[in-house]
Design a protein around this ligand. Structure first.
Ligand code: SF4
Length: 332
């Protein structure tokens, strides 16, 4: 199967975190689906990256499956895009080793993201964690991606990859590796049901896309709203309410306008407002859930898609590595 060349090639990877949540959906998955029509897309489950911080690998395989299942159910189309697992293309580790030779150690240890990780995992500052950005650069340049979709806060990662490419090309007097450009996307900050922090599984403030309608409604009903609104008769401020932010995404414009007006004069209560959001969210997710349930009946199909994706990715990767080895002058 060949992937038709479009505007260029896009690469994006995500750690295998299992069942995806609304934050993943609004922040990445919707964009992944939209990009397929314009670009040749390569989407990777970066399981090797996950090893830098995981305490246990017990759920790694099932999390890879669940995430891939969500990706396919949401509309990532393996006929249009290459979807695969990072560790199924071992060339990435070879390129990682080679790129690490042109990366000053101090540059890695000075990165704010590295310092954050050290703070989060003070007892597991491993060698892989330091080299994380080098592996990420290898992911991107191995497939000669023209562009990487990023949020504003991720731009330094791509700048790092661009510098790494320049260092390699300069060191070996070649133009083999391509500097990826950034495809900056407006990624909404999706807060968790606590209304305070970014939605994430580790904080248990998430809403899973694959949850049942009942589970989803339960999570929605526990969402934190305008904290000043203590009683039903208190007027609220939708501008600081996370439920209202979600209405703006999942509800019809006239409903959003109605809530905006009625909340401010205590014409609608938070319980009613949340019920409405839960209904609209469940309606929105219904086609995804049906498709997911259908795909989940044939797990072998999901693995076949990932293995076929890896085969196609390896073909690109091996060609790049041939050029890289030759540029360096490694014995053939
Ligand atoms: S009525 Fe709706 S928008 Fe207003 S505070 Fe309650 S949940 Fe938020």
């Amino acid at each position: 199967m060949t992937v038709e060349k479009k505007k260029g090639r896009v690469f994006s990877g995500a750690r295998p975190t299992g069942r995806q949540h609304l934050g993943n959906y609004l922040g990445a998955m919707q964009n992944y689906v939209a990009l397929q029509n314009e670009y040749e897309c390569i989407y990777c489950v970066v399981d090797l990256h996950a090893l830098t911080t995981l305490d246990t690998t017990r759920d790694l395989c099932s999390n890879t499956y669940e995430m891939a299942l969500d990706w396919l159910a949401v509309g990532i189309d393996p006929q249009k895009s290459i979807v695969f697992v990072q560790s199924h293309v071992p060339q990435v580790t070879e390129l990682h080793t080679i790129l690490s030779m042109v990366t000053p150690l101090g540059k890695l240890t000075d990165l704010p993201t590295f310092k954050d990780k050290v703070r989060e995992n003070p007892n597991n500052v491993n060698y892989g964690l330091v080299g994380y950005p080098v592996l990420m650069s290898a992911d991107i340049v191995l497939y000669k991606a023209d562009a990487v979709p990023v949020g504003v806060d991720q731009q330094p990662h791509i700048e790092f990859a661009r510098e790494t490419v320049r260092s390699f090309n300069y060191r070996f007097n070649t133009q083999v590796l391509i500097e990826p450009s950034m495809k900056v996307t407006q990624i909404p900050k999706v807060l968790g049901i606590d209304g305070q922090q970014k939605m994430g599984k580790s904080l248990n403030n998430h809403i899973e896309l694959a949850a049942t309608p009942e589970e989803t409604s339960q999570r929605v009903m526990s969402m934190v709203t305008d904290p000043q609104r203590m009683r039903r008769t208190d007027p609220g401020n939708p501008d600081i309410c996370n439920v209202y932010s979600m209405h703006k995404i999942f509800s019809a414009p006239e409903e959003v306008a109605h809530i905006d007006t009625e909340c401010r004069r205590a014409g609608i209560g938070c319980v009613e407002c949340k019920r409405l959001y839960a209904k609209n969210l469940n309606n929105h997710l219904e086609p995804f859930r049906s498709r997911r349930a259908e795909l989940d009946k044939a797990p072998d199909h999901i693995w076949d898609v990932l293995h076929d994706g890896a085969r196609r990715a390896r073909a690109i990767a091996e060609q790049t590595m041939d050029e890289v080895r030759s540029a360096i002058g490694l014995a053939r």
